[in-house]
Design a protein around this ligand. Structure first.
Ligand SMILES: [Zn+2]
Length: 429
């Protein structure tokens, strides 16, 4: 009896010791900085990099990164979509792996932080565990998704979203998607075999630069992402009557351009008249016939609405529609809406992972806030098969997808430490 109690106490205290040990783990900022610099050499351009998915530079960057992953003792494989997967064994093989990572491809003429920060920090996490002889309960997977900037292709393939038609499309690299996937060691004919099911991953956590200016403006260190916004696009067609701009009196016109202008203002009023972080934009316009001396007969507008809530997007759209009806009536035009693109559904991050990120930030003494992501990420695809979490760090000047993209080394290291602590907290569950 006494002996059992003693064993129990010993086990409990060693578990506690392990926990305090792991909660004081820190990442090596110098090593992270060094690797970001090394990666920046592939596809280097003044100030930034062009490492477009499937391109030569992308292939070289991947080879470099795979080398680092192997050096860190990861069991590295390439799946059929060309995603790089680095596995680390856990104590309990019956548990599903905890995943983390991001992407290392860039937009043409992009920067050195979008994607690479999460990828290099994921590798750093593994190195820190190695240095401290920590073996987690769960197996771990460092996931470097292929061609994120081409439309989250690698992560999309992982959830079975890539269509045969998409494989024929020519990508920014100049190769078709199918040939691109072959160029990085995948097999486009076998994508269906790599699809993961719900529950195949215990969780996925992605560290990423904010790509906006909120954290910097509010002088905060960590963003806890509540979700990635959904996007719905509409092509708006306004039909009036083209007529002579000199001979048609002002009170006898059906001016499609004037109706389009009123509608553009109405859309802005609808979006801004509600509480919340929804955004709505008219970003495109085409006027016909398009002459100084003709009253416009036809206008096409391109409009989008983004929010974390699908229902909210649609209730805002209904309001826009009502305003359009009124504008059409008064101006003697017709206004119709069509959705030309596949909508992006909002992807929410898991509340329990948000809580762990917050707890990690708090215990490390970092300031933080919850926020949404207005840009798309691999996490939004993975959220279909696993609970996901996302950690943001400040982007200087809120700039991204540009050689001017920059995040400070200390901010990156802070984010990497939060990532490490979040993964360890998930593992303790
Ligand atoms: Zn990214």
């Amino acid at each position: 009896m006494e002996k059992t109690l003693l064993v129990y106490l010993l086990l409990a205290s060693s578990a506690l010791l392990a926990q305090t040990q792991s909660s004081s783990l820190k990442v090596n900022q110098q090593r992270i900085d060094g690797r970001l610099l090394e990666l920046a050499k592939f596809g280097a351009q003044p100030g930034g990099a062009s490492r477009v998915g499937y391109s030569k530079a992308d292939q070289q960057g991947r080879t470099y990164f795979i080398g680092l992953m192997r050096k860190a003792g990861l069991d590295v494989s390439i799946d059929f979509a060309g995603n790089i997967i680095g596995r680390r064994k856990g104590k309990n093989p019956a548990l599903k792996p905890i995943g983390f990572g991001s992407h290392i491809d860039t937009v043409p003429n992009g920067g050195n932080y979008d994607g690479t920060v999460g990828s290099v920090s994921g590798l750093e996490l593994v190195d820190v565990l190695n240095e401290n002889n920590i073996v987690t309960e769960h197996p771990l997977e460092l996931l470097i998704f292929s061609n994120e900037e081409g439309g989250t292709i690698g992560s999309g393939a992982m959830i079975g979203k890539i269509t045969p038609a998409a494989l024929k499309a020519v990508t920014q690299s100049g190769l078709t998607m199918a040939d691109g996937i072959r160029a990085i060691g995948g097999n486009p004919d076998s994508l269906s075999k790599m699809v993961r099911k719900k529950g195949d991953l215990a969780a996925f956590v992605e560290l990423h630069i904010e790509q906006g200016g909120i954290l910097e403006k509010e002088n905060l260190q960590i963003g806890v992402v509540e979700g990635i916004v959904g996007i719905e696009d509409w092509e708006v067609t306004i039909l009036g009557t083209p007529n002579h701009a000199g001979t048609t009196p002002m009170n006898n016109r059906h001016d499609a351009m004037l109706a389009a202008a009123k509608l553009t203002i109405a859309i802005n009023e609808v979006i801004t008249s509600h509480e919340g972080r929804q955004v709505g934009t008219v970003g495109k316009i085409a006027v016909e016939p398009g002459a100084y001396n003709v009253i416009p007969g036809k206008v096409m507008l391109g409009m989008e609405i983004r929010d974390l809530s699908y229902d909210k997007i649609w209730s805002l759209f209904r309001e826009v529609e009502n305003r359009a009806k009124e504008i059409a009536r008064v101006s003697g035009t017709t206004i119709t809406f069509r959705q030309p693109l596949t909508p992006v559904t909002p992807a929410l991050t898991a509340k329990p992972i948000q809580d762990k990120i917050i707890l990690a930030a708090k215990s490390l003494g970092f300031s933080y806030r919850t926020m949404q992501s207005g840009a798309g990420h691999d996490s939004q695809e993975v959220s279909h098969i696993a609970p996901v979490g996302m950690i943001f760090i400040p982007s200087v000047g809120g700039i991204s997808h540009s050689p001017k993209e920059f995040s400070k080394g200390v901010d990156i290291a802070n984010g990497a430490t939060v990532l490490l602590q979040t993964v360890l907290a998930l593992d303790r569950e």
